[in-house]
Structure formats: structure tokens, C-alpha cells
Design a protein around this ligand. Structure first.
Ligand code: SF4
Length: 301
């Protein structure tokens, strides 16, 4: 029996709800019950119809599910799938900032460990950061962590100053303006769809800037036949499904997140068979972190 078929059989037998990120391998997306961006994954975990959730995504995504669903079992098929940007945050920096500016707000991207969410006022994702920050008091001083590029994009979109943290996604930050110009020369009629984790120079060349879910939605609506995709390559599988017949051009051959791609069907099968590895977030970190995540869901809806 094929691994994918065995997974489909086993998840039914063991009542496991599989949630996957758009950056997962195509075959992993295909066996999932739900595929989405990090915001949609958090909401899907919270609303999961089953008591066991397997998260096909990097560690902070599985942690978010565990934070939001304390009564459920959350499994990760690959505990070493981490996000270097999330792991770059120094909690001391955040605590010192809060001490220096006691009235400030700490807005953290969901790409952060649970301990950072626990000291944050609210979480955001790339799909809702602008909407949520626009709802915060205009005079509030804000520390935005950890993606400097996303922070710059939101600040310019809202015309509001944000204190930024010096970090970024190594995958998106590797794309240069020259890469985009080169692709535009090859495909002059194509539209350029850019994730805001890219540098401001790359964002400036975009026809559309948005989260993975935003890019997927825009690609389906676009009247153009050729689209230059400037985010992790996994999204192309979802775009092909909702909008077949379009030519998708990956802006840069290195737009592949090795951590996301470290999750395979074999590892998912092992995880289902052995109920490993269970993700848990110790109290009181979980109960402190859940406030920031719940607030995000409330402000984003
Ligand atoms: S694509 Fe970037 S932000 Fe997303 S998990 Fe990989 S390294 Fe982290």
C-alpha cells in the first residue's frame, strides 16, 4: 500500500486531524484535512473537530496549536523542524524594552517561540498584521518582533512608526531586486506576487504584496497567464489546484525552506503509528501565551 493511502487510512482509524502549511511538500498538502497559512492553521487547530491534531509545519506552528488547544493532543512528525527567524529572538531584548517603555505594546509575529508569545501583548501573522496594528492605540509605542522586513512593510502601509527587531526570514530575504528584474525581463507580461517578508527593494517591484493566503487568492483572481512567485515554492502547489493553467515562475531557485521540507510522508506515517512526538507547552508559559494568540484571533475577525 502507498504511504499516502496508509496515512489516509490511519488518520481515520485513529481520529487524527492533519493541518498543513502551504509551504509543505505537495504530497503532504494532499493528505491534510486542512491546508493554510499560519493564521488559518491556528484557527483550524482551535476549531479542530477531533481531539488529536497532527501539525505539518515548523515547531512554532505546532506550539501554537498546543497553546490554543490544551485539552487536545498535538503531534509533530519532525520535532527538529524549526524556524531560524523565530529562534533568533532574544527574550532579554523584549523584557528590557518593556522595562524601558512600560506603556509600550509588544506585537509578535506568530513566528516566535511560546516564551516570546508569553511576554507579548498580541500576536499577528502576515495576513492580519496591518489590520490588527491599525486597531491598536495610535499613540502607543510598538515593538514589532521578529521580522524586520514585514515590520517595515506594515509601518509604511499604515504610515506609523514601529520599533523593529533585527531579524528576518533567510529564505525570503535572499531574494534580491536584481532577481526580480531579471525575471521581469524574461517574462515581461507576468505579474509579480511578493510576500512581505522580502526586502523593501523587492516589495517595491511587486504588482501584489500579501501573505501566502493573499498570494493564493490574488493568483486565482489575476487575469494574467504568467505569475512570478516571490515566496516559498510550496504555495505553487496550492495555486495550481485553485487556478490550473497558469504559468508559475519561481523568482529564485532558493525559495525553498529546508525546515518546512524536512517533513515527509514517511515521518507523518511514523508519527501516526507511534503517536509521536507530542508537543506540549508548560504552564504558566502556555496560559500567558494563549492571551496573545486569542487576542490575535479576536482582532483579526
Ligand atoms: S520560510 Fe522563513 S519564516 Fe517560514 S519557516 Fe522557513 S525560515 Fe521560518
Amino acid at each position: 500500500m502507498l504511504t499516502a493511502d496508509r496515512i489516509l487510512e490511519l488518520k481515520k482509524e485513529k481520529s487524527v486531524y492533519i493541518i498543513a502549511h502551504y509551504y509543505q511538500r505537495p504530497e503532504v498538502q494532499d493528505i491534510a484535512d486542512f491546508v493554510g497559512d499560519s493564521y488559518a492553521m491556528a484557527v483550524a487547530a482551535k476549531n479542530s473537530p477531533l481531539d488529536t491534531i497532527l501539525v505539518a509545519g515548523v515547531d512554532f506552528m505546532a506550539e501554537s496549536a498546543a497553546i490554543l488547544c490544551p485539552g487536545k493532543t498535538v503531534l509533530t512528525p519532525e520535532p527538529s523542524a524549526t524556524c531560524p527567524m523565530a529562534d533568533s529572538v532574544d527574550i532579554q531584548h523584549v523584557l528590557e524594552y518593556k522595562e524601558r517603555y512600560p506603556d509600550s505594546l509588544v506585537v509578535s509575529y506568530v513566528n516566535t517561540p511560546a516564551a516570546i508569545k508569553a511576554v507579548s501583548d498580541i500576536c499577528v501573522t502576515s495576513s492580519n498584521a496591518a489590520k490588527i496594528i491599525a486597531k491598536l492605540p495610535q499613540d502607543a509605542r510598538i515593538l514589532f518582533i521578529p521580522d524586520e522586513n514585514l515590520g517595515k512593510y506594515i509601518a509604511s502601509k499604515l504610515n506609523r512608526s514601529l520599533d523593529l527587531y533585527p531579524s528576518c526570514c533567510p529564505i525570503h530575504a535572499a531574494v534580491t531586486a536584481d532577481d526580480i528584474k531579471e525575471q521581469k525581463q524574461h517574462y515581461p507580461g507576468a505579474e509579480v506576487l511578493v510576500h512581505p517578508e522580502c526586502s523593501p527593494e523587492v516589495v517595491a517591484l511587486a504588482d501584489f504584496v500579501g501573505s501566502t493566503a493573499g498570494i493564493l487568492d490574488y493568483a486565482a483572481r489575476s487575469g494574467k497567464k504568467q505569475l512570478i512567485i516571490v515566496t516559498e515554492c510550496g504555495i505553487m502547489h496550492s495555486i495550481n489546484k485553485v487556478s490550473p493553467g497558469k504559468e508559475l515562475i519561481l523568482a529564485h531557485s532558493e525559495l525553498i525552506c529546508p525546515n518546512m521540507k524536512s517533513i515527509t510522508l514517511d515521518k507523518i506515517l511514523y508519527s501516526l503509528e507511534n503517536r509521536e512526538t507530542v508537543v506540549s507547552v508548560p504552564e504558566p508559559i502556555r496560559s500567558q501565551a494563549v492571551t496573545a494568540l486569542e487576542k490575535m484571533i479576536a482582532y483579526a475577525s
